[in-house]
Design a protein around this ligand. Structure first.
Ligand code: ADP
Ligand code: ZN
Length: 522
């Protein structure tokens, strides 16, 4: 194993879990490898065929990904090709059946539709493993469910006694269980690596949508392009991506664009220029995804709240693969949070809808967090931690104050309750600030005892407080429940109740940077 690693890949040591997994696979045992992006999962299925001199079949979701892998394997003297692009499939298939390849990539569609004879011929020629890359695509709980992946269990019939190995960077327990079930794994060896990427700095900033902010962002980037490596800016919509791309271009920054509405030629060209360092910045949607193995990405910016932490972690994980210090910024705006419904439209079943909603709520909580971001992310992925503060995220490095804000919380929560769960956040804040707008007068909200009682703080201060009340505690303990309308959670109701009946309970909250600014300017 070690000599194969050295000979073909030039590395002298295995990384954590690589050796164990390879040994298990060589032994014929099913494996599940849950390891962070960039941790070296591919080697786990690339080494066994070279050791055993039998073919490894690898199921991979994207043609472009397979092409890149095949190219780089061929350069190392490893015989590899892929099936799934109609034109040259029959030749490749023929060669595969006579055992010509060390590694044969396939799309899941191809794997499920190819004739049983292919599998029996390949088995005769010798097949040492079947790897399912990006295995989380099997699970409806994953962030990238693909129907074709669900049918892969049928391959077991054709490949008796061939070990299956599932590989993914998505670590939630639900997804793992789904993968094991769907791939019919019996007594598998499960390797869960640490997800901590300690060279990455995590930070979050809130922003207001509009050209002013785009200009600010472009300015920030142009300051850094000269000194730093590449940057990726992930946008939540094609429109945002195009807008930022244009602004970067007109600022003279070498930028590329990549999204699902572009033709495949244009996308490939963009991708290649970025890999070759012809571009400094790639502005993209999540279509610019799997298989970006570029070591010197120094910064990944998410422009808008991503739809799940899985997708955030994958996206941000593309930076700093060389181990050098790198930065992950997330910019969110409060209006993003109303997008859950938009994402839910993709769901076919109630279960999928629930999964999408849960994922999105977790991403929101990450945005609003006032404690260590790394800790939150790693715990979300089920990792047991030995630290409370990482020292390398915005919340750990900023010198934050804390203060008892029970009085202010009481005012806001009372006012939200008075609105009866029929309004967004602006209404209770307008009431607190004493507005006499038509909709306030029409609803008699100007007669409420809380009307005008919160003039001391500007609207954004109250919004920042609301964010903290939303983020506070565990998922079930939110003080406020938000969907389109704001209403009180049981925790919020209990807080109000005890404020009236007993001494006012303390509620220590963080004074965020935004709150400090607003307090200074009021
Ligand atoms: P993943 O699939 O887990 O995202 P990759 O398999 O693409 O990660 O590997 C990421 C990078 O790490 C690649 O450039 C790969 O060549 C390199 N790598 C993998 N294993 C080792 C090793 N044992 N020693 C040094 N580098 C390695
Ligand atoms: Zn931290």
């Amino acid at each position: 194993m070690e000599s194969t690693l050295k000979r073909y890949f030039g590395y002298s040591q295995f990384r954590p879990y690589q050796k164990e997994i390879i040994e298990m696979v060589l032994d014929g045992r099913d494996c599940l490898a849950v390891m962070a992006t960039g941790s070296g999962k591919s080697l786990c299925y690339q080494i066994p065929p070279l050791v055993k001199k039998k073919t490894a079949v690898v199921i991979s979701p994207l043609l472009s990904l397979m092409q890149d892998q095949v190219m780089s394997l061929n350069q190392r003297g490893i015989k590899a090709d892929y099936l799934g692009s109609t034109q040259k499939d029959s030749t490749v298939q023929c060669n595969a059946e006579s055992g010509r390849f060390d590694i044969l990539y396939m799309t899941p569609e191809k794997a499920c539709s190819i004739s049983p004879r292919f599998w029996s011929n390949l088995s005769k020629a010798g097949i040492c493993l079947l790897a399912v890359d990006e295995a989380h695509c099997i699970s409806e709980w994953g962030h990238d469910f693909r129907k074709e992946y669900k049918q892969l269990d049928a391959l077991r019939e054709h490949l008796v006694d061939v070990p299956f190995i599932g590989l993914t960077a998505t670590a939630t327990e639900k997804v793992r269980q789904d993968i094991l079930r769907s791939l019919k794994m019996t007594d598998p060896y499960i390797a869960v690596g640490s997800f901590d990427r300690n060279n990455l700095f995590y930070g979050v900033k809130s922003f207001a949508r509009g050209m002013a902010f785009v200009d600010e962002l472009v300015n920030e980037i142009s300051k850094n392009v000269a000194t730093s490596g590449s940057t990726i800016i992930y946008c939540t919509t094609v429109k945002d991506a195009e807008q930022i791309f244009k602004s970067l271009e007109s600022a003279g920054i070498r930028a590329g664009l990549y999204h699902g509405q572009m033709g495949s030629k244009a996308r490939e060209e963009s991708h290649r220029s970025f890999i070759r360092d012809d571009l400094h910045v790639m502005v993209a949607t999540i279509a610019f995804g799997m298989g970006i193995d570029k070591p010197n990405i120094r910064c990944v910016i998410h422009y808008g709240c991503p739809k799940s932490l899985e997708s955030y972690y994958q996206g941000s994980g593309r930076c700093g693969r060389d181990g050098l210090a790198s930065i992950c910024w997330l910019y969110y705006t409060r209006s993003d949070f109303a997008k859950a419904d938009f994402y839910c439209a993709e769901a076919d079943t109630v279960k999928q809808r629930q999964a999408i909603m849960e994922s999105y709520m977790a991403a929101q909580r990450y945005c609003l967090l006032t404690t260590c971001r790394r800790r939150f992310l790693l715990e979300y992925f089920g990792e047991k931690l030995t630290f409370t503060k990482c020292g390398n995220c915005d919340n750990c490095t900023s010198s934050k104050m804390e203060r008892d804000m029970s009085r202010e919380a009481l005012l806001l929560l009372t006012c939200i309750r008075s609105c009866g769960g029929h309004w967004g956040l602006n209404m209770p804040i307008d009431i607190l600030r004493g507005s006499r707008s038509k909709r306030i007068v029409d609803n008699n909200f100007d007669k409420l005892p809380s009307h005008g009682i919160g003039k001391d703080y500007p609207p954004n201060w109250w919004k920042a407080l609301a964010e903290q009340l939303i983020a506070h505690g565990t998922h079930k303990d939110l003080y406020i429940i938000i969907f389109a309308f704001f209403s009180l959670s049981p925790t919020g109701q209990q807080f109000l109740h005890s404020s009236i009946t007993v001494d006012q309970p303390q509620l220590i909250l963080t004074v965020t940077n935004e709150m400090v600014d607003e307090e200074e300017h009021r």
